[in-house]
Design a protein around this ligand. Structure first.
Ligand code: SF4
Length: 863
């Protein structure tokens, strides 16, 4: 893809292969490292539309030949470029990290020791360090390039050479993730010599295309953490390591977050020697496909293997008593270890009669399908999932593409109870918001945290474009940040806005499992969320960059447990419900999720499998052979999914959960929450996995006591009215008056939907300084006039209303700044008139409102 399109490859359906530390195959060190990402506490940057605030430049120190220093446009050098550079930086001190293959692990350890002691090459201070594996060949193996880099960089810092450039020349670096890790571990620049050789052999000039693709990817890696420059990213250790031993992490990666495991340095070195042997035992032949991306017979395991698909399809197409257990059998390790939870099993206790166990209906209420947008899915598939979940008493989720308003009017039984509010704000109107039972703010997505959703152009048909207020045939890439959420306080403001429009809906916030997610969740709880979703790294996706799918996020088992425990410790756990998602399929997944703290459970891929998905993994290409993830009319006609298939799956799953609860001696899933004594390692070999150390001297069995008062009192405060009258008095407004107009708009939308109101228009006049979100989601038929000024987020999500702001008689000739930042964010219709100027990010993601303003700050009208 980098060669053909000059960009990173996209992929779909997430990562269902085991993480490196659970794999039985030798995996590279790159695979144990996950890129870190920002969520809530600091915003990611948009690397597409804010490129001008980013820089990949590498500044090298002054030399005799270049007294002003040298600036490289980026960290990747061709071999020729490096030769030119080295000539200016002599003397070059080379450290070879290849080693004689026949010396085995002891030899490899010796090579590590050599990298760990900075060579001085006589008494001259080196002008440049070159760490090289160019000697690699049939007789010479190599250390992991990342390990060698970390070792040498640590010793350079220790010995006072941190100002000397470190260039890593390696055959191991092939993609964005590799280059990013080397830079994060201290490399100034990388010479990926084998990649260059292959790219040029494929197409003259191919290396330049690949380099451009990797630079675009690198900007994404930096942006994911809100870092603008490569100089800030270098030596940042902004990655997390999963599954390497404590000793290994401490010795080489002490500044990276780690979730330690059992893989020791010797194990890792032995894996590299095995890989070397495999590679050079078949000279002239292609290496076998390890099956890391697609299922391949005899290669890497996949959770959604053909056998899993076949057995689930057999059950949902013609349910009978014998078929579902055959599907469940695959959960018990027959397929090997793919997930962290596969290392665990539940411990049977004194059973209880099944009649005493929580009903299937009660369990089904905890289930929802995860956010999959209309656009990503065909309208038929989207509707089928909603119908099924509503019949079951569960919930379906719109995803970030909005919803056809015709459903609320003509077919409410096919409307989604959970409506998502993502950074693109597609179709997010006051009408959309009031028709929800839950509003989910997507802060991050498991398959690509720190990035926005993406819908390829070929999927943006006229119908999808109408729902999303977009232009047909245009790719729709959502901003990585919500531009109205740059801090936890901003998130609290959006929760406040949404609750004002729809006080009856629960407000959810979706996070991704990663280092520190528990603390972030505590902030989200204090910001007023009713539900927090913890998504695993392996969540499905219609379309995401392949390197993001593989290299970001952690298993949900780690994030869920951390979140549950942090909320318990902070005394916040009873305030909200915790939902988990990421590859859930079997009853065992639900029980372990409940024990680790979940109240509710989200299903993405499993629900698609239930309506006929065959895991062709072409969702991003619009060529789904079974009409699920496509907008192509011919392929859509092939869709044969029925709500009954989804119902058959979830009912059988709920029944199975009941049986297992009875065997565990638990009356409900709630009883299991925090009951770590109900879990044990499935094999003594797994007992040492620190990520599974569940012993605790604190009791985490906290039952939820939802606080019902808040929603109830807000609902009453906005009880239906029979008439909405203009108030001709001018109301004084202060900056503590927030989200003014949102509640009125919500009530008006509800009343109109119920046929209760038909009014010519409501006019309200204000004087003073309006607080945040003045006129947020203002509905059609409402006119706001403000004499004074307004804070940030004026007309956020404007939905047909009209707002006029003027300084009145106090206006200055120079023009006053009368509105703050992020005005009209996500507006879909209506009008805004400002007789003065507005701040930054004016009318971002506006898809239909008219605006007249005398001047705006940076980033006006983007997207
Ligand atoms: S069958 Fe369709 S929905 Fe399933 S993975 Fe393939 S393309 Fe995606």
């Amino acid at each position: 893809s980098a060669l053909v399109h000059g960009k990173e490859a996209d992929w779909s359906m997430g990562d269902d292969a085991p993480p490196a530390f659970l794999s039985t195959l030798p995996r590279t060190l790159w695979d144990y490292c996950k890129q870190r990402f920002a969520q809530v506490t600091n915003p990611p940057i948009d690397p597409l539309r804010e490129t001008h605030v980013m820089s990949l430049e590498v500044r090298l120190p002054a030399t005799a030949a270049a007294p002003g220093g040298i600036v490289l446009p980026g960290p990747i050098l061709t071999q020729g470029e490096f030769t030119d550079l080295a000539a200016q930086f002599g003397p070059v001190q080379t450290v070879d990290f290849s080693l004689p293959a026949n010396t085995g692990v002891p030899g490899a350890r010796g090579a590590v020791a050599q990298c760990s002691s900075t060579p001085l090459g006589g008494n001259a201070r080196p002008g440049l360090f070159l760490l090289s594996d160019r000697g690699i060949g049939p007789e010479r193996a190599t250390l992991p390039a990342l390990l060698a880099t970390a070792a040498l960089w640590k010793s350079m810092v220790r010995d006072g050479f941190s100002d000397v450039p470190l260039v890593v020349e390696t055959a191991q670096a092939f993609d964005t993730h590799h280059i990013a890790l080397l830079v994060a571990a201290g490399a100034s620049a990388v010479v990926p010599h084998l990649m260059e050789q292959l790219a040029e052999a494929e197409e003259p000039g191919g290396m330049m295309k690949v380099r451009d693709a990797i630079y675009a990817g690198l900007r994404k890696v930096l942006a994911r953490m809100g870092v603008s420059t490569l100089a800030s990213y270098r030596n940042s250790y902004l990655f997390e390591i999963v599954g390497l031993s404590e000793d290994l992490c401490t010795e080489f990666f002490e500044d990276a977050a780690d979730f330690a495991g059992q893989k020791s340095l010797d194990d890792l070195l032995a894996d590299y020697l095995r890989l070397h042997k495999q590679a050079f035992s078949r000279v002239g032949e292609d290496m076998p496909d390890a099956g890391l991306y697609r299922f391949r017979k005899g290669a890497e395991l996949h959770a959604n293997s053909p056998e899993v698909v076949r057995r689930l399809h057999a059950h949902v197409k013609a349910p009978d008593a014998g078929k579902y257990p055959a599907f469940e059998e695959l959960a018990d390790g027959n397929g090997g270890v793919v997930f962290l939870r596969d290392l665990l099993e539940t411990v049977a206790s004194m059973p209880v009669p099944i009649e005493e166990v929580e009903s299937a209906e009660s369990i089904l209420k905890r289930f929802s399908t995860q956010a999959m947008s209309l656009g990503s899915l065909s309208p038929e598939a989207h509707r089928t999932l909603a119908l099924a979940m509503n019949r079951l008493g569960g919930k379906s989720n719109t995803g970030e593409g909005g919803e056809d308003p015709a459903l609320w009017v003509n077919e409410p039984e096919a409307a989604n109870k959970i409506k998502q509010v993502a950074s693109g704000r597609f179709g997010v109107t006051s009408d959309y918001l009031v028709h929800a039972q839950e509003l989910e703010i997507k802060m991050a997505q498991g398959s690509k945290p720190g990035e926005g959703g993406q819908l390829p152009a070929r999927k943006v048909t006229p119908y999808i474009a109408r729902i999303r207020h977009a232009v047909p045939g245009t790719p729709l890439i959502s901003p990585p940040p919500h531009h109205d959420i740059y801090s936890i306080e901003d998130l609290a403001q959006l929760i406040h806005d949404l609750r004002a429009v729809n006080p009856r809906a629960r407000i959810g916030v979706k996070l991704v499992s990663g280092a520190g997610v528990g603390i972030i969740a505590a902030g989200v709880a204090k910001a007023g969320a009713d539900v927090i979703t913890i998504s695993g790294h392996n969540g499905g996706t219609g379309s995401s960059p392949l390197t993001s799918i593989k290299n970001t996020g952690l298993p949900w088992e780690i994030g869920l447990r951390e979140t549950h425990e942090t909320l318990v410790r902070a005394g916040l756990r009873s305030r909200l419900s915790l939902r988990v998602d990421g590859g859930l399929k079997f009853s065992r997944d639900i029980l372990i999720g409940a024990i680790l703290g979940a109240d509710e459970f989200g299903f993405g891929t499993a629900s698609l499998l239930a309506i006929g998905c065959v895991m062709a993994r072409q969702c991003h290409l619009n060529t789904c052979p079974v009409g699920i993830a496509t907008q192509d009319e011919t392929l859509r006609a092939r869709f044969s999914g029925k709500p009954e298939m989804v119902i058959a799956y979830f009912r059988a799953l709920a029944d199975e959960i009941r049986k297992k609860l009875a065997a565990l001696g638990a009356n409900s899933l709630t009883e299991l929450k925090g009951a770590y004594d109900c879990l044990r390692p499935r094999s003594p070999n797994y007992a040492e996995t620190p990520a599974l150390a569940l012993e605790s001297n604190m009791d985490f069995r906290i039952a939820p006591q939802q606080v019902p008062g808040l929603h109830a009192s807000l609902s009453e405060a906005h009880a239906p009215q029979d008439d909405f009258e203009s108030d001709l008095r001018t109301v004084s407004i202060r900056n503590s008056d927030r989200s003014i107009g949102a509640a009125l708009s919500g009530e008006l939308a509800r009343s109109r939907a119920a046929g209760r109101v038909s009014i010519p228009g409501i006019v309200k006049e204000f004087q003073g300084s309006a607080g945040q979100s003045f006129g947020a989601f203002l509905g059609s038929g409402i006119d706001f006039k403000l004499e004074g000024e307004a804070n940030d987020y004026v007309a956020k999500g404007l939905s047909g209303g009209t707002i006029a702001i003027t300084a009145g008689t106090g206006a200055s000739r120079r023009g006053d700044v009368l509105a703050g930042n992020t005005v009209l964010y996500g507006a879909t219709s209506g009008q805004l008139f400002v007789a003065g100027r507005a701040g930054e990010r004016f009318a971002i993601r506006n898809s239909g409102a008219l605006a007249v303003v005398e001047g705006v700050g940076q980033h006006g009208c983007e997207y």
